[in-house]
Design a protein around this ligand. Sequence first.
Ligand SMILES: Cc1cc2nc3c(=O)[nH]c(=O)nc-3n(C[C@H](O)[C@H](O)[C@H](O)COP(=O)(O)OP(=O)(O)OC[C@H]3O[C@@H](n4cnc5c(N)ncnc54)[C@H](O)[C@@H]3O)c2cc1C
Length: 450
Amino acid sequence: MKSYRYAVIGNSAAAVNACDAIRSLDGEGSLAVFSEERYRCYSRPLISYLVAGEVSAHGMYYRPARYYQNMGIDFHAGVKVTSLDPAGHLLVTREGEKVKWRKLLLATGFRPFIPPIEGLEEVDYLTFVDWDDAKRMLRLTAKPVASLVIGAGLIGMKAAEALHARGSAVTVVEKMERVLPLALDERASAMVSERCRRENIGIITGQSVSRLEPRGGHRGKAVLEDGSEVPFDLLVVAVGVRPRVELAEEAGLECAGGVLVDKHQRTSHEDVFAAGDAVKAMDLVRGEPAVNALWPIAALQGKYAGMNMAGREVPYPGGNSMNAVEFFGLPVLSAGVVNPPDATYEVITRQGDDGDYRKVVLRGDVLVGMLVAGNIERAGILTSLIQERANVRRVKGFLLEEGFGHIHFPRSVREERIIEAVAGLPKPAGEKAGAGKGKARADRGKGRAR
Ligand SMILES: Cc1cc2nc3c(=O)[nH]c(=O)nc-3n(C[C@H](O)[C@H](O)[C@H](O)COP(=O)(O)OP(=O)(O)OC[C@H]3O[C@@H](n4cnc5c(N)ncnc54)[C@H](O)[C@@H]3O)c2cc1C
């Protein structure tokens, strides 16, 4: 029976960053990755750009071809893990192979939610979540087709954009009142819808699909709530994703809408860790664990899980929701609370003459959310203020200025931030590791004394 010091289930953002972190601390311990998909790790968010012809197949990869070999990783491509026995430190693959491990990472990600729509089972639809889906979409749009996308969330809208780029006539049906309802507010959603309509993408909001009438293979007709009909040659179902927790649940690990982990990304079994879209971990803005199905968050959790698996006890600093997307030349950046649930939040907005839209959401003196559509230059500073839970009382009046930046902070705060930034820079050749940080700490002390 094969036996590894570290076993990783999954091979995406969380998994690969965990492997990097493990190897940064333990160059020797045997390490295996089990991946149901056959590809070496690729950037899932790029599948729409691949279909649109904006990214080549080569450009999809997140790590070089010799990554697994160079990192001393036993890569089990196309191997699904079907059961886990945490007490026995054992996993079993679909082929029935049993594998022993000492530390395990669950990085199983998400699965698309399939709504119970009458007739759906008889249509050969796509969910547009992986490279195979992108290949299928490319094949099915070799000739222009009429496509219907159910769901105007991030995945649905990216699918719509990709289909449009392939020359498809696209209709999007969303049961909420606007597109990208979670990531954007009403005004920014309207800006995105307007861009889509200009490109002749049909956007139907506030309507669900009541039933589907299959017409063989990928073809069919959707009947909407109001009785209107949308015929299609290709259907994409993108109404949301769910953490992929079945392995964890069957193994008796604690789950509640996601695998539950402590601050070290450790599950309810001390030798099993979890990271990424499958996991509920600390959300800095909400102040409680949440699933944030985002690539950078999965990567960060993976990194911390990996370090903890390799024995360095470091707590995950937490993350928050953030979306940076561009639809038909309209860049949109949002983070944290975009649609405040009640009046305890303060909302400040600004609509620029050039059509740009900016919004910040505060709770007391803390910035908890932001949204910028149009000119997103310098908006990054707002996202870092959210991440830092910074007190913005003294700069509140400037937050929405296009030129908002460090210059608006009081001098002492500016100095702190510059020192932090310098501490994060690569060390000049010859400087000892840690010297930069030590100096930064010393400098910070000086700043306070002044
Ligand atoms: C079209 C699209 C666009 C997106 N755009 C963005 C974006 O713009 N910005 C952003 O931040 N995020 C975006 N995302 C989300 C982002 O891709 C995810 O947050 C990220 O991929 C999560 O990484 P992960 O490591 O948790 O797992 P996943 O990427 O979900 O990968 C999990 C892997 O584990 C494998 N696996 C699961 N169970 C098993 C098992 N039992 N045995 C073996 N293997 C298993 C799966 O096959 C899969 O390969 C997008 C997603 C999609 C689909």
